[in-house]
Design a protein around this ligand. Structure first.
Ligand SMILES: Cc1cc2nc3c(=O)[nH]c(=O)nc-3n(C[C@H](O)[C@H](O)[C@H](O)COP(=O)(O)OP(=O)(O)OC[C@H]3O[C@@H](n4cnc5c(N)ncnc54)[C@H](O)[C@@H]3O)c2cc1C
Ligand SMILES: *[C@@H]1O[C@H](CO)[C@@H](O)[C@H](O)[C@H]1NC(C)=O
Ligand SMILES: *[C@@H]1O[C@H](CO)[C@@H](O)[C@H](O)[C@H]1NC(C)=O
Ligand SMILES: *[C@@H]1O[C@H](CO)[C@@H](O)[C@H](O)[C@H]1NC(C)=O
Length: 509
């Protein structure tokens, strides 16, 4: 059985991002006339994406990370079309093709019988409609790609834990556990779900809310699965499969060019810790899913070890920006979410893309606060909505057997029948224009879409069959919304801020 690190070496080969990244220009070649010294706390996916986006915008960026070395922790991550759109723009198109898997569909099944109740075509449909693919990828591979990108425009200081942040101008700074003090013009807290920066920004301790769920994560080599005809099809036609049961669900999909099968198993929490790296007992895991369909039993018998992860949630924060304007939050530090819409990574990278785009315009110190507020305005609502729809899936997936569950399954079946009919008639969706994906009123888009199919799936229990939600989610273009904000608001607000600061200075003189 090949170890994960064997695969890692291969993935490295397939994905040399450094060379590609050198030639990429972002923001139409625009670089900030006023470059800042930026410190990013945390070298997760969010920190790396931010380093790249701000470095490309002309800023001088340092990343500070507490881990002594870059590990390869984690399992599957979903790269949805709104995220792949950014990554392709960043020059990673070829590398993604090599290391990622394109799921052909999402299949939702009953836990005990395996009966298919929901099915939505992904693969070609995603590219057809949103002009960007949906990928499944290993977090470690993704982390490596972003590290390659970030290293072209920033520096990384490992083995350095930030213990204190001084948010006050003129010299904001961070203090490391060694006592070393590093100052910067702008400090960005990309320090994850247990963020230290968050409480400082919000001004009071923020509480994590237990969701009542925990999740096991495990990876199975697909070479093992290929030996069993019943499991073989999970690899050969790679769908994302969700098994829904009372209080529990399992999501499974292929990663690493189909060499590994990733499992996330949500179940009632019985006292785990909020951690990405805590070991769980594989035997307890099997006991948790006793009585599930034979394929699950077989899959779980192949799991030698598992990671256990307590699922915490937080209400949207009151602010992401410290009131003195020099410390801002990004990624899981400001909007952690349940993984049930698989959006943690997508949201963090989108945050980074918006922040980089806006700060590529910085030409005067007085513009910094309005630009950071613009970032917050653009991202706050969307991430709060995503937190909500992730929570909705917790409810939908975990219904106990009974009338509500039957209603859910009937709703999903209706969407599936339409979808299967469409696929068998080889009807293709009409590609949406950028305008239709991002700005046009939904009603007019839906009207045109009905030329292909009457069914738009609005409100369906299978949230991936809902074309309106899909449009909002997958059509999002981080650069486009940033440019639009600038034209509609940003330029005016920034000009005003500069004028105020100039007149205040002259008034004082
Ligand atoms: C080890 C790990 C495994 C994960 N596995 C999965 C997975 O399998 N599937 C999935 O969907 N998502 C996973 N995630 C979550 C996913 O990566 C995030 O939801 C998403 O990428 C947004 O991340 P982020 O960059 O905001 O925060 P994170 O990815 O959590 O990164 C935060 C970083 O900040 C560092 N840090 C924290 N505090 C300090 C400090 N005081 N000083 C210096 N550095 C600090 C941490 O060491 C960490 O590297 C994982 C995250 C981690 C950290
Ligand atoms: C990390 O830093 C500590 C001091 O803070 C040091 O003792 C240790 O050797 C360092 N580890 C590595 C891997 O550099
Ligand atoms: C990106 O896609 C996900 C779904 O995959 C969605 O939840 C999210 O809202 C989308 N975009 C933005 C900006 O939030
Ligand atoms: C400048 O003065 C105006 C009006 O007196 C005030 O509203 C504004 O906040 C001041 N701006 C700065 C940057 O001090």
């Amino acid at each position: 059985m090949a170890s994960i690190s064997d695969h890692y070496a291969e993935a490295d080969q397939a994905a040399r991002a450094v060379d590609t990244a050198k030639d990429i220009t972002l923001y139409g070649g625009r670089k900030a006339p006023l470059p800042l010294n930026v410190i990013i706390i945390g070298c997760g996916l969010g920190g790396l994406a931010t380093a790249y986006a701000l470095g490309k915008a002309g800023h001088r960026v340092r990343i500070i990370e507490s881990a002594p070395k870059i590990g390869e922790v984690g399992a599957g991550i979903q790269v949805t079309p709104n995220l792949s759109r950014i990554l392709i723009r960043w020059g990673l198109g070829e590398q993604l093709k090599n290391i990622a898997v394109l799921p052909e569909a999402i299949a939702l099944r009953r836990y005990c019988t395996g009966e298919l109740v929901g099915w939505t075509r992904w693969g070609v449909t995603m590219e057809e409609m949103y002009n960007s693919p949906y990928y499944h990828i290993h977090r470690a591979d993704f982390h490596r790609l972003l590290l390659d990108l970030a290293s072209t425009v920033s520096t990384l200081k490992l083995n350095s834990t930030v213990v204190k942040v001084n948010p006050s101008p003129p010299h904001p700074s961070v203090t490391l556990s060694t006592g070393e003090v590093l100052s910067a013009d702008l400090i960005i807290g990309c320090d994850g779900v247990k963020s230290l920066v968050r409480d400082l920004v919000v001004g009071e301790p923020t509480k994590a809310v237990a969701t009542g769920d925990a999740a096991y994560r495990a990876i199975i080599p697909t070479s093992e699965m290929m030996k069993d005809p019943a499991l073989r099809e999970l690899v050969e036609s790679p769908e994302m499969t969700g098994w829904m049961g009372p209080g529990r669900h399992i999501m499974g999909y292929c990663i690493r060019a189909k060499r590994e099968y990733n499992l996330v198993m949500a179940h009632p929490d019985d006292g785990s810790v909020e951690s990405w790296t805590a070991e769980g007992s594989a035997d307890k895991m099997r006991a948790d899913f006793e009585g599930w369909e034979p394929r699950i039993t077989k899959l779980l018998s192949m799991v030698p070890s598992t990671l256990k992860w307590k699922l915490m949630d937080r209400q949207p924060l009151t602010t992401w920006l410290h009131h003195e304007g020099r410390v801002v939050l990004l990624g899981d530090s400001c909007h952690p979410m349940l993984p049930y819409r698989a959006q943690g990574a997508a949201m963090a990278v989108e945050d980074a893309a918006v922040l980089g785009n806006l700060l590529s315009r910085l030409s005067h110190p007085a513009e910094l606060t309005p630009l950071l507020r613009g970032y917050e305005v653009l991202r706050y609502h969307r991430t709060a909505e995503t937190q909500k729809s992730s929570r909705l899936n917790q409810h939908i997936f975990h219904l106990p057997d009974g009338p509500a569950q039957q209603e859910r399954d009937d709703s999903m079946r209706r969407a599936m029948e339409t979808e299967l009919a469409r696929v068998s008639k080889q009807l293709h969706y009409r590609p949406w224009t950028t305008e239709e994906m991002t700005t046009a009123l939904w009603d007019s888009v839906a009207e045109k879409q009905r030329q292909t199919s009457d069914f738009t799936g609005e409100g369906n229990s299978n949230q991936w069959a809902d074309m309106r939600k899909n449009r909002e989610q997958f059509g999002y273009d981080a650069d486009l919304v940033s440019e639009k904000w600038w034209v509609e608001n940003g330029e005016r607000v920034c000009r005003q801020a500069v004028a105020n600061s100039v007149s205040n200075v002259s008034a004082r003189m």
